[in-house]
Design a protein around this ligand. Sequence first.
Ligand code: MOS
Length: 724
Amino acid sequence: MTDRVDGRLKVTGGAAYAADNRLDRLAYGYIVTSTVARGTIVSMDTAAASKAPGVLAVYTPFEPLKLYRYTKEQNDELTPPLQDANVRYFGQAIGLVVAETFEQARDAAALIQVRYDARTPAASFRDGLASATDPPSGSPVSEVLAPGVGSIDDALHASEVTISATYTASMQNHNAMEPHPTVAAWDGDHVTLYTATQGVVLVVDRIAEALGIDKAKIHVRNPYVGGGFGNKWGIWAHTPLTAAAARAQGRPVKTVLTREQTFTVVGHRPASQQTVSLGARKDGTLTAIKNDGVSSKSASNGFYEPVANLCLSMYASPNIHVSRKVVTLDVPVTTIMRAPQEANGSFALESAMDELAVKLGMDPLELRRRNDSPVVPSSGVPWSSKHLDECYRIGAERFGWSRRNPAPGAVTDGDQLVGLGMATATYGASRAQASIKVRLLADGTAVVSGTGADLGTGQSTVWAILAAEALGIPVGRIRPDLGDSAAPVAANAGGSGSTSTNGPAVQLATDAAKTAMITLAVQDERSPFHGMAAGDVRFEDGRLTAGNLSVPFGSLLTSLDVPGVEATATSPKNGDKAHGFRSFGAHFCEVRVNAWTGEPRVSRWLTVLDAGRIVNEKTAHNQIVGGVVMGIGHALLEETRLEPATGRIANADLASYLVPVNADIPPIDVHFLDYPDTLLSPLGARGIGEFGIVGAAGAVANAVYNATGKRIRDLPITLEKLLT
Ligand code: MOS
């Protein structure tokens, strides 16, 4: 249990986030956004804005900053801002005002008169469902059928028991605490960007393309990030605009999106619909799983959620069919958000499993146990390490699942209807290539550097722990140095892959630095180890030791007058095709619904999970709690409300876009099994950033059903849906 290495800095205000960089002669950018969702800008009258106090420049499609088109999407859009007069969504960046102060830039932006040739946008997911199309990428269908089975519908018809239902979820916005900032400063033809990103190398790629400059001339710094959740993976309009404006103005510029702009200038989670049909034998054995999934997709980019995919990886069934369609809308960019596909996918599948359990008259936990699969259901490849049954068993015991009354509405407490629900949690695991550098310094400390990002996840603490373990010194003597594009290329923060990818590289690099230290010790003539065989010198507990001789590495470096030794190591990507890699666990919750007002409250929560090795239980626990809290928001509160006629987001603020507050959240009990997944890496860690949210909304929906007898298949489960 290690405290966050950056915790003290963060709570004391000592951690400088991107927007905290108050550079000399800093000017301020303010993004101007469109007020129609589709059409062409006819004119922008910037005369008053240009003359307003403090204004340095007003950039528009008619007076643009030249930016080049991107060559590939990074879960964002290919079109850089201001290069044409097309409006593709409401709230699109159509201008940038640069002024001496933020307030001057904002006030001047309000003086700009925009005339549009506007057209009616397609902005209703519901209306578009009837004309959904095949997705722009990926195949429209994936299917496995048992020998002799003609189609998934044949398999369903042949099943002893079937259920079928349609589940929907609204679009969502990430709403990280830190709105998107970029500070850009040029020195000659070199630019330094302080920006919040899930990967500094992603920013380097984009800026190189957008500005047409060499990557070597771009330095991105991103040591602290105030939350990302997928929305700081893409590079949004403010970043290239700020870089280009700073170059044009010859002084540093800072642009920070307003909260309202973080609903439109950046991406969001698509809306989705899934029609799930399950077939089973009377004993609960699944015989068919079918999920027809539809996702909204912005007309501006290619990202959509293949929401039905999770069915390929969850429960054993000889017949599985998933399909993918999209509804293309004139809305802001659709992008990844914590557990893309799976947060929504699990809501539908886990709700459907609960509906099947009701129809079978079977305990929903027992139904899941019977269909637990030791192999990837769609391919038959064995899982590398799966202990889901133990999660179910421990969870049921700790939560008191056996006391659940299966009859809906049977348990009351005063005015409250009390229900229990559960769902399976899961998330895929991966391990990419990563390089890390470790420097051992004469003061007895070590620096671990790589381009990775710590979005608040605890990644920097993980690096410190792993290096400290390998060196045999306290965690406090390690300085993790993340988020610098000059460092070796480590994993970007996304896909729950930071620890599984970077962790093994930290271990390798630390070992390499120890070897470099021993080599120095035996080769340097001034060293007491000089002339010894390297194999006779051990590095343990922070010291080099041979026989009776034992010297801390810092003292040795000092005595040799060497400031430090360093080594860089690259850990390979996972090449094991013979196994499936995925974490599994179980959520259990109690929900109380007010019998008169319909207000649902989550009152108890337990998550038991197997995520491979847990490097630091404290920050890991925090990640799962964060995922569950977001899952409770997904279930009960979060909903981006798009006006169908205008494409305008009606609740683009935190007063009306509801996220859980402390009073909405009960104590969350998290219990980790700790089985290292050694087939994935020597470290054995699988990653936990998205695991906690998957299944959470399903567990809540199932508890709501148990409490009330009402099956709400449309997220969020608001009180008005429970009152009708
Ligand atoms: Mo995450 S949605 O992989 O940033």
